[in-house]
Design a binder for this molecule. Sequence first.
Ligand code: SAH
Length: 366
Amino acid sequence: MIPLEDILQKAAADAHALSLEELERILSADEKDAERIFAAAYSLKVRCCGRKVAFRGLIEAGNVCVKDCLYCGIRRSNGKVARYRMDVEEIVRTAEVAHRLGYGSIVIQSGEIESAANSDFIEEVLLALRPLDLGITLSLGEQTEDVFRRWKDAGASRYLLRIETSSPRLYSALHPADHSWRRRVECLHALRRCGYQVGTGVMCALPGQTMADLARDVAFYAEVDADMIGMGPYIPHPDTPLGKDIVLDAADKARRLFLALKLIAATRLYLHDVNIAASTALQALAEDGRERGILAGANVIMPNVTDTCHRAEYALYAGKPGFDETAAAPRLAESLRAIGEEMEEGRGDSRHWANNVQNVESQGRR
Ligand code: SAH
């Protein structure tokens, strides 16, 4: 067997250098090997992104959703959630909070709605946000290419659409029959054509998911040439078909967190210059989960700036942190400084995306 050190050296030298078997080996590593893997991924993160963390203020703009994903707390069939939708004014007010905290970017996320009225509404939101001059990421699910383009023209520059799993077989086990894995992939291509920085990602520790599936997830990111990756551990929600009767004990939580951190490291080692988020779900499993995500190779944190009055209603999974992150912002900055990191100024665009744009331009000049 090739020594781990050789695998890590090869990964650091070139992007896309590892085989699926080598990615699997990283994902299956024990605690001792994982320390070396995290160190290698973190040093690559520092090489690609510096000792900087990009902040995005996360706005959970609504929990009305047409989808019925078997794992998600805001699925259509969950009658126990009180549904809400922010209006334009509330979204702008929330974005101002992020702006005041010095975050160069926001993410507007919600359940999925596909309608002419909703497309108009988001366009109106984007136009109203213009004076704040923030980088804007949308995470509003599957839409037609026309709608993606309209929102891009209105001021959005990035779009986050997790593929959830790159395995069509596993995808169909986790979703009702009318949810299409293929359409999600097509949306990622449409987003690229519209000129977005394209983000995708998966959940790990899903029932029925293997290490080989996760290795292929990482390779999938390269296949769709993703600029940003948002991943996190699956955390059961009691009011969902997949999560009912499941309560995680401390050992389960630790295992999920450990796997999610190795997945971040594998992604950094394979893709090099992309933006990788240390997701809120990491923080749901351990208070310092996001900081550990950074030390495993992530470079983006998305503090929740949504008014705490909506938190209970945007419970995607059990135990989602609901505290006031706006008040906790100085503490987060402090804990990042403690690990030698600081907040990145500006919008924190994906370097992978910027490098691609530069390559296209210099080819045009030649
Ligand atoms: N409607 C948008 C995003 C809203 S949900 C879209 O379709 O893209 C955001 C993400 O939360 C999902 O992509 C999923 O990966 C994650 N999520 C949902 N349920 C979860 C659970 N039980 N545990 C962990 N993550 C979950």
